[in-house]
Write a protein that binds this ligand. Sequence first.
Ligand SMILES: [Zn+2]
Length: 270
Amino acid sequence: MEAPSLTKLEERVYRAAEAALVHQHYVSAIDVLCGMGLLASSAVDSWRKGRVEFLESEIQGSPNKISSSIAIFQRWAQEKGLKPSEAEYVRHARSGTVPLQFSKSGDPQIEKVFRTHYVSPALSERKVQKLQEKLEKAPQPVVFLNLREAECSECGAEIPQDSMLLMEADQPLCLHCARLDGLEFLPAGDTALTRRATKYSKRAAVVVRFSRARKRYERQGILVEETALKKAEQDCVQDAGERSAARVRAAVQRAEQDRKLVARMPYALS
Ligand SMILES: [Zn+2]
């Protein structure tokens, strides 16, 4: 007897699911919908950063097609022996980290469908754990050193050239309105210090600047809480040799110099 031929929809789901699995060793409903062209990865990014409230509003296609695709995907994952695992998606908000919601209704079953990713059984325990941590980490906000004057879209304050702003839904926000004011600037260069300061800081952002010569954004450093930076500096001094300690002190000096840059901004130190 001949095997029943695949429907067009099954073919599309399988292709998207296989591609994601090969590429990243796990696959979620989000990956499948992206792979099928029903969801733009830029929309997922916007949702993860809080620019879009519910991911479901970004999915193209009829509810029937979407639910059929997801059902086909879940059956496929089960038949392949992939291990289901749930992740808590969060993002940074003004009040700390908040959970991300997929559906407007917040129906626990729908939420579970989207929170679940299916992991290849070939993946080691350690890698599975790393993956989980990666998925559950809130994306770090990106702050731009602006090349020209701008105006905050929320409070209307002027954001002078060469100061920092956050883009939210393509609108500039001053650091105060972005709730990133009062942070210290740590210039890029000391990897250990940067990593630790980021880890200790409840609020943090990456600072980038557009290089006209290289035509790309370049990382300048990070914004972190002062207490986090102090703690990170202590850690680095403690577990590093004298040579590294000197490097840390140099980095602290650099940070102090760069703080003047932050101080130039009217809202940075409020
Ligand atoms: Zn503002």
